[in-house]
Design a protein around this ligand. Sequence first.
Ligand SMILES: Cc1cc2nc3c(=O)[nH]c(=O)nc-3n(C[C@H](O)[C@H](O)[C@H](O)COP(=O)(O)O)c2cc1C
Length: 177
Amino acid sequence: MNWIIIYGSHYGTTRKYALKLAEMTNIPAISFESVKDINSYNNIIYFGGIYAGGILGMSKTFKRLKNLSDKKLIIVTVGLSNPEEKENIKNIMDNIERQLSGEIIARAKIFHLRGGIDYNELGFIHRNMMRLLYNSVKNLPDEKKSAEDRAVIETYNQKVDFIDFSGLKDIIAEIRD
Ligand SMILES: Cc1cc2nc3c(=O)[nH]c(=O)nc-3n(C[C@H](O)[C@H](O)[C@H](O)COP(=O)(O)O)c2cc1C
């Protein structure tokens, strides 16, 4: 059964997780922009950074899949908000439901990991998006702030790294299942 790890990453945190998993499992890893014949793989592990709710490259990649019946799919999201908070997982899952067909979601095992951000590295558009988001939530009363809003406020303009490779062990268990 042939496996592939595909990742969508702007600033490298998602890529780090994908490459670490590749090293631990000997499964090749490739960025979503470089995948050639996705239909030649039976088992796909997709890692995507979260950008304004969208999982980078995910729907574009999965749209190219022709026959799902023999496929095992694993999706791993990498975001700034803490996936140990139920509210954040619900948000991510609501967004995934808007980006993938029900058939793919039913077939996929989905995991959530935490990445990081370095405001010094952000490009112009991303920096502005974060500024607008921060300005829209910073003065909300505490009870109206979502867990995601709090994560944006707490990390604004900083460099934070929440990468934790121990989160890969559940994914490895799923691969070996
Ligand atoms: C413009 C922008 C929008 C983002 N939107 C979200 C979001 O909706 N939810 C989230 O959890 N993290 C969000 N993040 C944080 C990224 O998901 C996080 O930095 C992730 O580690 C990026 O992955 P990468 O380094 O592989 O590109 C956003 C970051 C930027 C710059």
